[in-house]
Design a protein around this ligand. Structure first.
Ligand code: AKG
Ligand code: FE2
Length: 410
């Protein structure tokens, strides 16, 4: 069978088969298999040889046990905090080592998470002109809220991201002093209108509920880090009073034919380029495999959904600086393990205030065996703006971009 004889799904299947070099029995992920099975409906003649391809993907994605699972109930429930030493130790160990953990016991109801994913699916199903009406360019660039389309964000120049996003932040009224003063990244959110999409009538309500749960979990984790480093109770609170939260609905659709064809067979297709996150804590919900975490020896560790509503947590660069590199902002990426399926994820970036000055924590100087901080004191807001300016095409080289970072300007 030559590539020239095939088109559409047949060509995709042919490309999948080209990637098969080994295949021996391994546990099959039912989700992945079911997606491939759907893929084979219009190609019954090749269904039987799809399975080794699935097995090979599973073989590459099977090192999940190295990401620890931590029940953070001891920090979520204030009554249990007196007994939280062991949990604080596990948290510290996880973020000093791999830099990622699955967390359970966070108290976010399943229904809240499921509704957020349902809304994400419905939002991204809207026609492109409806999504572009919510665009984060133009007037919304200043607050960095709303829809950004394919190719707008480039996290790594070596790979092409293949995702669209909808960004929600801390909703602040015009009377807020920072909004009134025109401080970037402060202001109201952008919401889809009910008239054009009645199925999204509860979008704002349900997403705000999800947001408040994630903020609560983020604050609980900060309590854990205070405990781990022996900092005073509430040490982090003043730095997160008006946090620069960015909650993103992300959609990774099936790969277009050109992307499949232009990829070297056997190589991972990266849909979110290798990067580390920028700020404090990231709380991530995912509905499908694809996330990979870089281990210290450079190998990619798979971080698929774990069930029981476990959230994936990792740290951003500012947390690494704050701790003098004691805690890790680990590089990660998303690869397409199933070229025919949609993938959705919801990262919640829990970041310090715009005006917060991040300065090396005293206990971390000792822990890193030095008396000198590795990084200068950094004001978080301008730092975050410089990262956005470097990764979002609509912000690059935009003379009229009012939010371009100017150290010392705010
Ligand atoms: O989609 C994912 O699983 C991860 C996305 C991510 O790493 C990010 O947006 O920073
Ligand atoms: Fe990330």
């Amino acid at each position: 069978m030559s590539v020239g004889e095939l088109n559409g799904d047949g060509l995709r299947v042919h490309r999948l088969l080209q990637w098969v070099s080994t295949g021996f029995p391994l546990p099959i992920d039912v989700y992945t298999l079911s997606c491939f099975w759907r893929a084979t409906i219009c190609n019954n003649s090749v269904a039987i040889i799809i399975i080794p391809a699935v097995l090979r993907f599973q073989q590459k994605m099977s090192h999940t046990t190295t990401i620890p699972v931590i029940d953070i109930g001891a920090f979520v429930d204030a009554a249990k905090r007196a007994d939280s030493d062991a949990t604080a130790a596990s948290l510290g160990a996880a973020f000093r080592d791999v830099g990622f953990a699955y967390i359970t016991g966070h108290g976010v109801p399943s229904a809240v998470i499921q509704k957020a994913f349902s809304h994400a699916k419905r939002l991204f199903e809207l026609p492109m002109d409806a999504k572009e009406a919510l665009s984060m360019t133009g007037a919304n660039a200043h607050t960095h809220r709303g829809y950004s389309g394919f190719g707008d964000e480039v996290l790594n120049e070596e790979t092409k991201d293949w995702k669209e996003a909808f960004d929600i932040g801390y909703d602040l009224p015009p009377s807020d002093p920072d909004v009134a003063a025109g401080v970037p990244l402060h202001g109201p959110n952008v919401w889809p209108s009910h008239e054009s999409a009645p199925e999204l009538a509860t979008f704002k309500h349900d997403l705000e509920l999800y947001f408040s749960h994630m903020e609560r979990v983020g604050r609980s984790l900060l309590v854990g880090f205070e405990k781990h480093f022996g900092l005073a109770d509430g040490y982090f609170e003043p730095f997160f009073q008006r946090p620069l939260v960015l909650m993103r609905l992300l959609h990774y659709p099936p790969l277009p034919e050109e992307m499949l064809n232009s990829t070297t067979p056997g190589r991972d297709i990266v849909t979110c380029g290798e990067h580390s996150d920028y700020g404090g804590l990231t709380l991530l919900a995912v509905d499908a495999p694809g996330l990979q975490v870089k281990s210290t020896n450079g190998e990619w560790i798979a971080a698929p959904p774990m069930g029981n509503d476990a959230l994936i947590v990792n740290l951003g660069d500012m947390m690494q600086r704050w701790t003098n590199d004691v805690l890790k902002a680990t590089p990660h990426r998303v690869v397409n393990v199933n070229p025919l399926a949609h993938r959705y994820s919801i990262p919640f970036f829990f970041e310090p205030n715009f005006h917060s000055i991040v300065r090396c924590l005293e206990p971390c100087l000792r822990l890193s065996g030095t008396t000198v901080p590795k990084y200068p004191d950094t004001q978080y807001g301008p730092y975050l703006l410089s990262r956005y300016d470097a990764t979002f095409n609509h912000r690059k080289d935009d003379e009229s971009n009012p939010t371009n970072a100017r150290p010392g300007r705010y």
